[in-house]
Design a binder for this molecule. Structure first.
Ligand code: SF4
Length: 315
């Protein structure tokens, strides 16, 4: 694959092609794995730093430098997306980075993938007010289910979360999409689904997405949602659609940079099959497999068989 330049990016990754967001450049503001939740299905692994404390976890000047380096050639992107190794709204500087991008690169649409736990704070709502799209997860309307699936920081309160999300929707002009991750046996019974729908009626998001296990999560017992469960969800809830971001299309330009670094950087954020990486990067799958074999031998990645194929994760 032709390499245009070889910078080592620490805080930005991709771009990847997502069904929901198009060509999306990731911005990872958080050190692995710092979050206010410790979800059983998390693709990034167990939360090692469970916190609700907001601070500058990663240096803003370096994040700006990396963004300038990547964006100075004004590449085609459909979204610059805050996501990655933890909860991005925990970063005290997320508002500043959003403002800087809106000022210096106004042509780009900004998305924030968040667990929605901190929006009861008006400061956090203000910080994301200029983003074009907030995609917030919400998996449980009952406290016991919330604690079983999301294993929250002990100071988090489900009712405050709902109030915060409803306030965000009222105050901000951006799109609010809610994402519900189905963990069979926990939040897929009719009672819980109806409660979740009641919460959606309060928040009134623009879209509701249903997600389920597609790649290895933190806990091995979490299973994917079946078609039968999805039919029940459709009966209990309205206007839901299934997330199918796993079905990436191919990026025509491909990645810029060293393929091994790109594979490692991608696997650091989420487990992928060789075919996923090939689709994301545009590189030949045999070439990807050769790199993965070496990385496996060196102990830098591990593999796990799943229904959709063999997934590789960074050690
Ligand atoms: S899925 Fe998101 S909210 Fe849940 S633990 Fe992982 S990073 Fe945090």
């Amino acid at each position: 694959m032709k390499s245009k330049f070889k910078p080592v990016f620490n805080f930005i990754f991709g771009p990847v092609l997502s069904r929901r967001l198009g060509v999306s450049l990731g911005v990872d503001l958080m050190p692995h794995k710092t979050c206010s939740l410790d979800c059983v299905y998390c693709e990034c692994g167990k939360t090692t730093h469970l916190t609700i404390r907001r601070k500058e976890y990663t240096p803003l000047d370096q994040i700006r430098k990396e963004l300038d380096l990547f964006l100075s050639s004004h590449p085609h992107l459909d979204s610059i997306t805050f996501s990655g190794s933890g909860e991005p709204t925990l970063h005290l500087g997320i508002g500043e980075i959003i403002k800087y991008l809106k000022t210096d690169y106004p042509e780009y649409s900004l998305s924030v993938l968040t667990n929605g736990t901190l929006f009861h704070s008006s400061e956090v709502r203000d910080a994301v007010a200029q983003a074009d799209r907030i995609i917030a997860s919400f998996d449980a309307a009952s406290d016991s289910v919330f604690r079983a699936i999301n294993r929250p920081h002990p100071f988090l309160d489900l009712h405050e979360m709902v109030e915060g999300l409803a306030a965000l929707k009222k105050e901000c002009s951006n799109q609010l999409w809610m994402e519900i991750f189905i963990v069979p046996g926990h939040n897929d019974d009719d009672r819980e689904l109806k409660r979740i729908q009641e919460v959606m009626d309060i928040i009134k998001p623009h879209q509701i997405h249903i997600n389920s296990l597609d790649r290895p999560g933190t806990e091995a017992w979490v299973q994917p949602m079946t078609q039968e469960v999805f039919k029940r969800i459709q009966a209990c809830m309205h206007n839901v659609r299934v997330v199918d971001d796993a079905k990436h299309a191919t990026l025509t330009d491909g990645f810029t940079g060293d393929l091994k670094d790109i594979i490692l950087s991608t696997l650091q954020r989420r487990p992928c099959t060789a075919a996923d990486i090939s689709k994301i990067t545009g590189a030949d799958v045999n070439n990807i497999n050769q790199h993965l074999d070496i990385l496996l031998k060196n102990g830098e990645v591990v593999k796990k068989k799943m229904p959709r194929g063999t997934f590789f994760s960074r050690v």
